[in-house]
Design a protein around this ligand. Structure first.
Ligand code: HEC
Ligand code: HEC
Length: 414
């Protein structure tokens, strides 16, 4: 497959525009009431997807009890996201690309206007009130220096400039630093431990985890798009319902991803074979890059999981132990019955008969988890902090040594 066209290729050097974008991104004065910045839900320390004080898998906005309906999708490596399209490969059709869990927006600049005005996020009344706050900020002069002295005259245009600055900042290497141990390993500058190596092999093995068939990677290639750990495809994975989301108190409320309610259903493009209906894609969500995943506090589009090991266990035992995930009925419970057939079941680890047992043993789950932890980028040093100490040498361990077996899995996260 040719490399996807980059919508927002990362820029190598920091410009005045990017520095302005950083100030806006971190400014907690730009919400209503004040207190919530973009960074409140997207900062490096939590894998670029923070809960902003919430404990239910979906974030809290600027107002008390303003819980969202979806988990935060992280915005690291988002600048590599291709525009939304339908991909046809070997007769298979998959939605792919676009920003957000449902791919509804194509560029970072378009995306950046949304959160300021979303009632469950930063809750500003309109573009003019955001622009007025920026005009009163201590970096208003930087806005004028970058965009011209009359930048604040037309607030619609100024709001567009604000979004451009944020998008430029999101394309810097602060969001895509390729500085993880895995990157050092690919570059031949570090080794993985035997446990991590076993995890990587399970991640790539088409008969075991088979994770890399979707979360694409190639340890033998070091181009920027060779190891993004996503091919940006949208799939229905049968994620269990997060009953803590306030909207889910209504049993007939379902988040159908591509089929709404956050977007209108896309028209099928001309490359899609006749006879394929958009209904086939209801309940699909975009696959995030797994880079920085170990830092995150909530996983999947509805934040059902609060623990990364549970996510790997889910992949291993969705088919063999459905009651563990969906309760006594043992049937995926976050899609209407009409769309259950959309859930992926044609490839490992999701193609197993229940009687075949889990796709990964408990020990193998631990190994995959260890591998996922190698994908965390180095955190930028705190302002004024001493330079980081050199990384400790990796100690090779025998993963099958005298360690006791791991404890039995905990019940589903929530
Ligand atoms: C209250 C929490 C919150 C705040 C504040 C917030 N976001 Fe988000 N962000 C989210 C959620 C939730 C999603 C996923 C929404 C969806 O898919 O429908 C998201 C998605 C994104 C994405 C899509 C990433 C991808 O690869 O698909 C980007 C980019 C982003 N936000 C940037 C921003 C910017 C820029 C700001 C400030 C202007 C901001 N966010 C403020 C919660 C937040
Ligand atoms: C069929 C393609 C496919 C395969 C195979 C697959 N994934 Fe995923 N992965 C996805 C999609 C799609 C999502 C988002 C699903 C959602 O939120 O509804 C996802 C989400 C995740 C997340 C959560 C990321 C986040 O930021 O919330 C983790 C972790 C993950 N996958 C790990 C794995 C591992 C480990 C394997 C192998 C055992 C694997 N995946 C196999 C498609 C796949």
């Amino acid at each position: 497959m040719p490399a996807p066209k980059l919508v927002n290729p990362p820029a190598p050097t920091r410009s005045a525009l990017q520095e302005l974008g950083e100030k806006i991104f971190n400014d907690t004065n730009l919400s209503e009431p004040r207190g919530t910045a973009c960074a409140s839900c997207h900062s490096a320390a939590t894998g670029f997807a923070n809960l902003n004080g919430s404990r239910i898998g979906v974030p809290l906005g600027s107002r008390p009890n303003a819980f969202g309906t979806r988990a935060v999708i992280h915005n690291s490596y988002s600048s590599f996201t291709p525009a939304f399209s339908f991909r046809v490969r070997d007769g298979d059709v998959d939605p792919m690309g676009g920003l957000f869990w449902d791919g509804r927006v194509d560029t970072l600049a378009q995306q950046a206007q949304g959160p300021f005005l979303a009632a469950l996020e930063m809750n500003n009344k309109d573009a003019a009130s955001v622009v007025a706050k920026i005009a009163a900020s201590n970096y208003a002069g930087q806005m004028s220096a970058v965009f011209g002295a009359d930048v604040f005259k037309d607030s619609t245009k100024a709001f567009g400039r604000v979004a451009d600055a944020i998008a430029a900042f999101e394309a810097t290497n602060k969001f895509q630093s390729f500085s993880s141990r895995y990157d050092q390993f690919v570059a031949g500058k570090a080794q993985l431990t035997p446990t991590e190596t076993s995890g990587m092999n399970l991640f790539m093995d088409p008969k075991k985890g088979n994770c890399a068939s979707c979360h694409t990677m190639n340890p033998k290639a070091s181009g920027p798009t060779d190891n993004l750990f996503t091919d940006f495809g949208h799939y229905a994975s049968g994620i269990p319902r997060n009953k803590s989301i306030p909207a889910n108190a209504n049993p007939s409320y379902f988040d159908l991803g591509l089929c709404g309610p956050q977007r209108t259903r896309p028209a099928l493009s001309a490359n899609v074979p006749a006879g394929v209906s958009v209904e086939k894609f209801c309940g699909t969500f975009k696959m995030p890059s797994l880079r920085n995943v170990a830092q995150r506090q909530a996983f999947m589009h509805n934040g059902f999981f609060n623990n990364l090991r549970d996510v790997v266990s889910f992949y291993a035992s969705r088919n063999s132990d459905p009651k563990r995930w969906y309760g006594s009925a043992g049937v995926p419970n976050d899609l209407p019955a009409a769309y259950l057939a959309n859930i992926v079941s044609d490839r490992a680890p999701f193609d197993r008969a229940a009687s075949a047992g889990p796709a990964l043993t408990e020990r193998e789950i631990d190994d995959v988890l260890a591998f996922l932890k190698t994908l965390s980028d180095q955190l930028p040093p705190a302002p004024g902090a001493a330079p980081p100490a050199p990384a400790p040498a990796q100690v090779a361990m025998n993963p099958f040594g005298s360690m006791p077996p791991p404890p039995p899995p905990k019940p589903a996260a929530r």
